[in-house]
Design a protein around this ligand. Sequence first.
Ligand code: MG
Length: 371
Amino acid sequence: MEKIYLILTCAGKGERAKLDKNKLLYKVNGKTILEKTLSVFLESKLIDKIIVTSSKEDFNEIENVCGKFATVVLGGSTRTQSVKNALDKLDGEGIVLIHDGARPFLSLSTINNCISGAREFGSGIACVKSKNTVIKDGDKKEYLGKENIYIVQTPQAFNLKDIKKAYSQIGDESFNDDGEIYDKFISPIHIVEGNIENEKITYKEDLELFNKEKVRFGTGFDCHRLVENRKLILGGVEIPHDKGLLGHSDADVLTHAIMDAILSASAKRDIGYYFPDNDQKYKDANSIKLLEEVIKMIEKEDFKVTFISAVIQAEKPKLSGYIEKIKDSLSKTLKLEKDKIGISATTLEGLGFVGREEGICVSANATVIKN
Ligand code: MG
């Protein structure tokens, strides 16, 4: 099989993003954008050698981030010049993929499509069909329509020898991308299917694209038996009633379900795992304190709770007068505004063990984000 090379362009300053540094070195969810982009290629296990272009200013930092996987080379004053410098480091037979470091959302199938295109047709340029009509602005507006209109992305893959030959002829001319250079000096490019998510991070607002992967969702459920001579505590609030919930801790069934929802959303184990009910430490434990511990636990991994929703299933007592107080209590512990906490209560119309007032159940949902 031929060798497959990757050139990752990271030599731009990314000034349009108006971040305090090169956007590719900006961390989102604990990883730089450059690492995210690189990780897709590493996951593909197809690449034999990676070259990353860098400006002088960022060279050390970029080398720190990806030196283990890639050779970092100095870029030039333009993207074209940077790619040329990188191509100079490659020789022999093979296929080279050229990709913008600022496109971390490329898919494995896009990489495969590009390589197949280069193997079969000499080039494979990732593109997506335009869903919108395109106009070329100017003194006279030119309607290009949307039929046969493609939005060009990267990666762009080429037969290495050919793209090197094309680059040797560019002189001082400037080009939109590598495909255009290949098209001008070698032969017409071959379009392959990219993926619609494969957007380029250009402006600060584009960082919002990462939010899609940040939001996580979890479910929790709990149930406790109602008995005499116990307090009824829900969400840390004591509710006057002739019965209370039985349990090793204070049996705050609402707080327990919420803890499990949060832990689940953070891909952690359940409360029984962290606070076992055969541990004397948790005898009569205040569940709100345990919730505080759960929050600390997830904060250590940069998770933050963003919404809580729970439904309490109880035949009695009537809870509607206590919901606000419960929300106040939870809001404080969760460090979450009250308008991001939804608590509802329902009876079971006399049905089942909840209907017979033998127990109270709660199901809860949580969303968390990883910062
Ligand atoms: Mg419980």
